[in-house]
Structures are given as C-alpha cells and as structure tokens.
Design a protein around this ligand. Structure first.
Ligand SMILES: [Fe+2]
Length: 191
C-alpha cells in the first residue's frame, strides 16, 4: 500500500494544531463536533476516515484569527498547514469547499458542508438535553431542524440539501450524524 500523506498526521498532532491556532473554546468544540460527524460519514461511505476527520477538524482552523477579515478565511488555514509540513490537495480542497461552492467537487468536499451544518444543530440540541448527546433521537432533532427559532445561527439550508447533494435521506443523515457526535461527545462535555 502506498503511504497516504494523511498518515503523517496523527490525531493527537492534528488536535495540537487546533489548540495552537484556535483562541476560543467554542471554536475548538465546533471543530471536534464536525470532526465526529465527518468520521461517521466517511464510515458510511467506506471512505478514508482519517482524511475526512481532518477536514472536519480543520475546516475553521483560522476562524478566530480572520473574523475581522473573512476574505482570508481558509486561506490562512492552508498557509499554516503548509508551514506545519502538511499538504494534501484533497483535504485542502474540501476545507475551501465549506466556504466556496466551486470546490464542492467530490463526496468529501460536499460532505463537509452538511457536516458543518448538522453538527451545529446537534450540539445545540445536546446542550438543552439532560443526557446531552446520549440517546438523542432522529425525530426530536428533525423537529428542532424545522423549528427556526431554535438555534437560529444554524445554517439550515446546509442540512436540507443533503439528499440531493450526497444522496443520504434526511433521517438517515441525522442518524449517522448523531452517531458521529457521540464519538466525540466526551471530549466536548456532551457525554
Ligand atoms: Fe464550521
């Protein structure tokens, strides 16, 4: 087997970069939640789980430093990652894709858009449940998806488009995504 570039980046090191470049705890939590959903989606599609996870974990890596100048969003991330010795065109393309439609060219670069949206919704749902991410049900998440006054910052159109985009029916997508959040829930105080 050939050595994929991602094999040089273990999860511990990938997470170190998150802590190095993110200033806000809420950003770190968001990134880890999207990582979990991306990992679950990769398993569903039998894709490269490590690479999908990295896209989730890094897609907003520069967010805290570019808030004032969103024009630089993702560009700074790619610059940092190259400086850290990481350069994977597919991962970089997917990171850009969460912001720019023209890069949404494959399953992973489309997946990040939906993972980004649904992770926001799931975290908001978990925060108002006594059991947090444990035992979350598709039906109640779907209800919250339709309830626009709940977590209004969630970009719901990123969630609704999932079936047309990557072919997973909504209920199944929510179910997979709940499983993804549960993979990382303990790390972000949602277990
Ligand atoms: Fe995001």
């Amino acid at each position: 087997m050939s050595t994929a570039p991602t094999e040089a980046m273990d999860r511990e090191r990938a997470l170190e970069l998150v802590h190095k470049y993110c200033d806000k705890d809420i950003t770190v939590r968001h990134l880890i939640s999207v990582e979990g959903v991306m990992r679950a989606l990769a398993r569903h599609f039998d894709q490269d789980e490590q690479r999908w996870a990295l896209v989730g974990l890094w897609h907003d890596l520069d967010y805290d430093r570019v808030e004032e100048d969103l024009e630089r969003h993702t560009k700074l991330t790619l610059q940092w990652l190259r400086e850290e010795g990481y350069d994977d065109p597919e991962v970089f393309n997917a990171i850009k894709a969460h912001l720019h439609e023209e890069y949404q060219t494959d399953l992973m670069s489309k997946g990040i858009v939906h993972a980004d949206g649904v992770a926001g919704l799931l975290v908001a749902c978990a925060l108002v449940r006594p059991d947090k991410a444990n035992g979350m049900k598709v039906s109640s998440v779907k209800k919250k998806l339709k309830e626009k006054s709940f977590a209004p910052g969630v970009e719901r159109d990123k969630i609704w488009g999932v079936e047309d985009s990557i072919g997973i029916p909504m209920d199944e997508f929510i179910s997979i995504s709940i499983g993804g959040l549960q993979l990382v829930a303990a790390e972000i105080d949602l277990a």
